[in-house]
Every structure is written in C-alpha cells, then in structure tokens.
Ligand binder design. Sequence first.
Ligand code: A2P
Length: 340
Amino acid sequence: MKYRVAVVGATGAVGREILKILAEREFPVEAIAALASPRSVGREVSFGETVVKVANLETFDFSGWDIALFSPGASVSAKYAPIAAKVGCVVIDNTSHFRMDPDVPLVVPEVNPEALKQMKRHIIANPNCSTIQMVVALKPLHDLFALKRVVVATYQAVSGAGKHGMDELFAQTRGSFVNDPPQIECFQKQIAFNCIPQIDRFMEDGSTKEEWKMQVETRKILDPDVQVLATCVRVPVFIGHSEAVVAEFAKPVDLKQAREALRSAPGVMLFDRNEEGGYITPIDCVGENASYVSRLRIDSTVPHGLAFWCVSDNLRKGAALNAVQIAEKMRDLGLLCKKS
Ligand code: A2P
C-alpha cells in the first residue's frame, strides 16, 4: 500500500531532511506535496531523484492526503495541523505546539510506540530534539535500574533554530575574518566563537522553555515520576547536539550490564573507548541515525549513578528521522488508513 504524503515546511532545514529520509528509507509514497509559505511557491525541492515544486500551505486542500509531516514553526502548526487532521489526514507535528496536549501522543518509536494507539485528534507530536536523543539512551538503563533523576547539560547546534540559525553562524564566522560587525537576529548574543545559555524564552522559575521541555517531555515519554534538571546551551556547531547526562537510579547500577543493554538497544550506538578520541563528537554524527553514547562511567557521588556523553544529528533522529519512524511504526501497527 502506498500513501499520499504532504511535507509542510518543505523548504526548511527539517523539511528538506524529511524529504531526504522518506526517499532514503523508501517510505511507500504514492504522491508527495511540498508545502511552505507563499514566499516559496514555485521553488523546487528534491525528493530522491524527483524535483517537486513547492505549493502554498495557505490554500492547500488536505482532503485525500493520508499523512502530513509538519515542521513550519509552532504558530503555523497550531493553525494548519487541525485543518489537515479535520479531513482525516494524520499529522506528525515536529513543533512544540501539541506536545503536552493529553490527547496527542508524544512518541519516540524506540521508547513508547504503544502511545500511538492513544491518538484521538489525528495528531501525533514529535518531541524536542534534545529530549529524543536523551530518552533513547535512557530507556534501556531505566528498564534495568529504574531511573529516578537526571541532570543534563546540553550543547545544542544552531540548526535547531532552523536555516536562519545556520546562516547566522556562517555569516558571523565569515564576518569575523573580514572585520564585519556581527549581525545578531536569531540568537540573543553573538553565536560565533561563543556559547549562549539560553534556548527559547525564560520561564517564571528562571529556567528556559527548552529546559522545561526536556523535563515535561521526558516524563510524558519515559516515566511521569522521573525528575529532570536541564541546562540548555547553544554552541557554534552547525549540526549535532551533545549532552552531558548524569542519571540517578533506584536500583544498584552495574556498568557491564549497562554497556550490554546500551549495545543491544534500538536506536543507540555505544562508542566508548577509554583512549584519546575514543568518543563521538557532533562532526562524527552528521548524517547518522543513532543516538551515540560515549564516556559511560559510574557516578560515585550518589548511591546508584551513571554519567555519559550523548551525541546525535539533531536534524535526523532529533527531528526528521523520528517523524518518519513514527509514520513507519503507524503503518506497521495498522494505524495509517488509505483514504483513496
Ligand atoms: P518558507 O521557506 O516559505 O519561509 P526553518 O525552521 O528551517 O526556518 O524552516 C521553516 C519552514 O517553515 C520553511 O519551509 C518555511 O517556509 C515554513 N514556513 C514558515 N512560515 C510559514 C507559513 N506561515 N506558512 C507555511 N510555511 C511556513
């Protein structure tokens, strides 16, 4: 069976990756629609060997389309995802808008695929990029040792802020060599040669919304009782988020068992050699699918603790790949119906 698939935000960093991954994984596509704002109408994007002309989301009729993968920004999804869902098109939304809606499953296929069966509004949410790679790595450890608390510091690439974020890092880096003053639009301060401890807006308690997302999304996906404290930092890396994760468990931790579980867990690649360079960095993970775990060690400051370094391509597992995997899992579970 083949499906009629719409990609919303098709000209953006994640949208282009979705088109690439759909083709790469040979998702059974009968017809493809590439949608963006009126600014982009008529532009061309690639879907495998095929070139697709971009159409206007505002005037697009979702009737007869089976599935839509959205990544146009939260306010645009808020308006158009329900329009698509209303005519029976299943929406997989990559923005933050629907994630905490109790009627919308928030899914990482390796972690909580069963949540897909709870879909009530024809909308499935794709979690935040920094949450996805962390819960994929934590899931096998949680199953073994019962996770209680996580403290995480992130080092997040500029592509998490879309193509404008990548352009800003490029322009500022280039500008620094020709004495151009840095233009600051996307981020709060200069990002080239810098680190910015703010992603998204501030909340009342002094945390940022990105940090709050890591907390509430981890609970919704993995376990409502897990405590999470995150510090999210934007760094001058184009692609690939890194995280220093410290996890505390209810049961005694065995390092050998932890390694074995991570080695056999779906979506995880353990690359951990106690030697110079024996770990994965963002540059190494670009274009790859896994959540990479390195530097795994016991945290002896608490009774049952583990610390590790986790890296993943934020545009793939952190966004586009996870969305496509959700579509694949829905098809496998018989939750994707063909309408025509
Ligand atoms: P456009 O290129 O026409 O602005 P990124 O996150 O990389 O910046 O990409 C955002 C994506 O969302 C782009 O494809 C962008 O299209 C699309 N987008 C932004 N605003 C709208 C809108 N109002 N309607 C439809 N698509 C939009």
